[in-house]
Design a protein around this ligand. Structure first.
Ligand code: SF4
Length: 366
């Protein structure tokens, strides 16, 4: 039970997922105790450094420019703005800042240089820095690592089969290639997915196969419950039941014992009792702050009250991997290559994405 395996099959994972709940919980909690302190939970703050206007068509995302949602877009934040937010996050117990930009992929140039400066600035505050900026090349990953990046987030979202029902503007292999590029550096990998997008249990298991057979397994796996936002193709999806979330967390914990399992989007819909069961099942990280990029999240004070009730402590930074060194821009070993990588653009058609796009055009005309 305690050996890290990179050869999980879908059948084995389904068998775990479908166990009687009490047995599943007991097994997951046992693995969890073997690899982690069960009373410590890592707290991250997610910061949307560039919001909205994204050219991609991810069916769950209100930031895609082609859907009509009521999010307010903003251009790339300044380094000073990010620093102020990071300091606030640190004083309320976060050990990590995760910066998200609504980009298809990173483009070399002044905006990326600005993000590199943000990474340097936050690392110097002795906080773990994570970025989620879309696809990255090997050279870009190296530049992020050199600036002091601790983790790069790039979610697989779902199984390879179901991915074609969610996104038509890029392929699963692009995701895997970016993860591979990050793995060529010392930056840790954060990659997970979303449940509640209309996928089957087999797809959930398929995603866990894809993640757990990466070698090494991702250091961090966020499990999100879909927040169905009006105007997106998934606006009518039913909320995920807490039992599904618990089963997903527990199964992730068993197949990836060393990984930090993150309770991510969808926490506002979960009771404290439900979240407590997720922590028991092996979740050991949350995102703090009242917004998760653009969707609602519990208030920091509510989370700290919950921690008190459950006897949980926020994890200190750099517990597993030491703090990366920051190399200043003037001493950098890497150049901006001005790369124009050819990421895939499968451009097959997804009916519900097309419908949402059409609805958006009509709404904009009105
Ligand atoms: S999930 Fe990311 S890539 Fe997809 S539409 Fe939203 S911001 Fe763009």
């Amino acid at each position: 039970m305690s050996v890290i395996r990179n050869n999980w099959t879908k059948e084995e994972i389904l068998e775990i997922y479908n166990k009687p709940l009490m047995e599943l919980l007991y097994e997951a909690a046992t693995v969890h105790r073997k690899f982690h302190d069960p009373n410590t939970v890592q707290v991250s703050t997610l910061l949307s450094i560039k919001t909205g206007g994204c050219p991609e068509d991810c069916g769950y995302c209100p930031q895609a420019a082609r859907y009509h949602t009521d999010i307010e877009g903003n251009d790339l934040m300044s380094v000073q703005q990010v620093k102020a937010q990071a300091l606030r996050a640190k004083s309320s117990g976060s050990s990590r800042v995760c910066m998200g930009a609504a980009w298809r992929n990173v483009k070399d140039g002044p905006e990326f240089d600005q993000v590199l400066e943000m990474v340097r600035t936050i690392n110097k505050l002795d906080m773990e820095v994570c970025c989620t900026l879309g696809m990255v090349t090997e050279n870009q990953a190296k530049r992020l690592a050199e600036a002091g990046l601790y983790a790069y987030n790039h979610n697989l979202d779902t199984s390879e089969e179901y991915y074609k029902e969610v996104i038509s503007t890029r392929g699963y292999e692009d995701r895997l290639e970016t993860i591979e590029n990050v793995r060529k550096t010392n930056v840790t990998v954060c990659s997970g997915g979303i449940i509640g997008m209309g996928e089957s249990t087999e797809d959930r298991a398929g995603m866990l196969v894809a993640l757990s057979t990466l070698s090494p397994q991702p250091e961090s796996v966020p499990i999100n419950a879909l927040v169905a936002v009006e105007g997106t193709p998934m606006e009518d999806e039913k909320p995920v039941e807490i039992w599904e979330m618990i089963r997903m967390v527990a199964t992730t914990r068993i197949v990836m014992p060393e990984t930090q399992v993150r309770l991510s989007a969808g926490r506002t819909e979960m009771s404290r009792e439900g979240q407590a069961m997720c922590f028991f099942a092996g979740a050991n990280s949350i995102f703090a702050g009242d917004k998760l990029l653009t969707t609602p999240n519990p208030d920091v004070n509510e989370d700290m009250e919950m921690f008190k009730t459950l006897g949980l402590n926020p994890q200190k930074p750099f517990i597993k991997i030491s703090q990366p060194k920051t190399v200043e821009a003037k001493d950098s070993e890497y150049q901006s290559l001005g790369e124009k990588p050819r990421w895939t653009r499968p451009d097959h058609t997804i009916e519900r994405n097309e419908l949402a796009k059409e609805k958006s055009k009509l709404a904009t005309k009105e």
